[in-house]
Design a protein. Structure first.
Ligand code: KMH
Ligand code: ZN
Length: 412
């Protein structure tokens, strides 16, 4: 959660020679930003308890315009950890023959003048509503196998139904509440056969009560009918969720095709089955397609989105792209939820960003095989463990499977 104020520094704030402004002025601005953040989060002005660090990085003078921005980066029971940055965006023009007393310039690059970190408190009895603006518990999805990763790339990849069951249980114990499920044939090749999914679903449910989200993306080159294999599972074997891919992208050197007609057909198959769709968003236009499917009544809101970022040929995994996608969420039905699956080396960095910004997180060997640079993950569970730690560091609770069912509105 972020807040920002912009103000002109007046002559009355100039305290030192050369119209220099006292550093305390920046802290006053941060105080106001912090107050707004407390109000947004808890419905109360709150109290500033302490600054952990303050750095004054450039002089501020009368006539400068300062933009002070703050962000909540950690949520405790009653405390909020915040980071602040103040930037100079306008400054009086240095005196020259061709300028006036009142000449001023928009700076082509804002200049950072101050940074700080601190903690604010809203006592428990003053928090107007416990759920006011605080992020919900984080739902961690483990994508334990996928269609592309091979045993040669990571020998810990689970393949048989039994191995998938064991890995799903390890991930659940580490904090995952959803298993994003693909299956493989005996040769380890991607398969969408109903019976292979049945065996995996049974092996998982024999061990843990996680939500099973079957893939209807399958592997590139498969038809809609083939990809819909897991939707053949009904009754006690039925998946609670299924992915819905709504747009075509370059997928590395391949093409992952989801034409308008194919996306509509898959959406209808998922609706008919009764599974809750998770819409996979690989590119910005996919939000428009999802919104259109809602408008035409093919799928119902609130939607559950997975931003899959970092596939070569689609939107890359970085803060700017995620921020842009989040800004566009207001075009979707109210109470729609989102998560991020960072592909490759950006997986944990994107997981941290999602945890910090109140979203959900997907990790696992489908998208990334490394725990650290050059260190293979020993299955998806260590990645889930890492994601859970990132959530805790940002004060996020981890959703249990039951909690996730409530948050996602899954039918019993
Ligand atoms: N294997 C990718 C081509 C999904 O599970 O819905 C598609 C995929 C998406 O993995
Ligand atoms: Zn998948």
């Amino acid at each position: 959660m972020k807040a920002m104020i912009r103000m002109r520094i007046g002559d009355h704030d100039a305290h030192y020679a050369g119209k220099l402004v006292d550093g305390a002025k920046m802290l006053q601005l941060f105080g106001d930003v912090a107050t707004e953040l407390c109000i947004r989060a808890d419905g109360d002005e709150g109290l500033f308890r302490a600054y952990d660090s303050v750095e004054f990085l450039a002089p501020v003078r009368a006539g400068d315009f300062i933009e002070a921005e703050g962000e909540i980066v950690g949520w405790g029971r009653t405390s909020l950890k915040m980071e602040f940055v103040a930037r100079k965006v306008i400054a009086p023009t240095p005196k020259r023959n061709d300028t006036h007393e009142s000449s001023a310039d928009l700076l082509s690059e804002p200049e950072i003048v101050c940074r700080a970190r601190g903690t604010c408190v809203v006592p428990a009895n003053m928090r107007r509503a416990a759920e006011f603006g605080r992020p919900k518990p984080c739902i961690i999805t483990a994508a334990i196998v996928g269609a592309e990763t091979t045993r040669e790339q990571n020998p810990h990849l689970p393949i048989t139904a039994e191995e998938l069951g064991v890995e799903a249980e390890r991930c659940a114990n580490a904090g995952a509440s959803i298993i994003h499920l693909h299956v493989r044939d005996d040769a380890g090749k991607a398969s969408q056969e109903t019976e292979r999914f049945r065996a995996a679903v049974r092996a998982i449910r024999a061990r843990t009560n996680v939500i099973i989200q079957t893939s209807t993306g399958g592997a590139v080159g498969m038809s809609v009918a083939e990809r819909a294999g897991p939707l053949g599972l009904t009754g006690k074997d039925a998946p609670e969720m299924a992915t819905l891919n709504v747009g075509t992208i370059n997928f590395g050197d391949d093409i992952f095709q989801n034409s308008a007609a194919e996306a509509k057909e898959m959406a209808e198959r998922i609706t008919k089955h009764g599974a809750t769709p998770e819409v996979e968003i690989y590119d910005a236009g996919h939000i428009d397609i999802a919104a259109d499917l809602v408008k035409r009544g093919v799928i119902k809101g609130p939607l559950h989105l997975q931003f899959v970022l970092g596939i070569r040929g689609a939107l890359s995994a970085n803060q700017r792209n995620l921020q842009f996608l989040l800004e566009r969420m207001d075009e979707l039905p109210a109470r729609s939820t989102w998560g991020v699956a960072g592909v490759g080396r950006y997986q944990l960095a994107m997981a941290e960003l999602a945890a910090r910004w109140g979203g959900n997180v997907r990790v696992g060997l489908e998208d990334n095989i490394y725990l650290d640079k050059g260190v293979l993950a020993q299955g998806s569970a260590p990645l889930v463990e890492r994601a859970a730690l990132l959530c805790k560091n940002h004060g996020r609770e981890i959703a249990t499977p039951e909690g996730a069912r409530k948050l996602l509105g899954l039918a019993k």
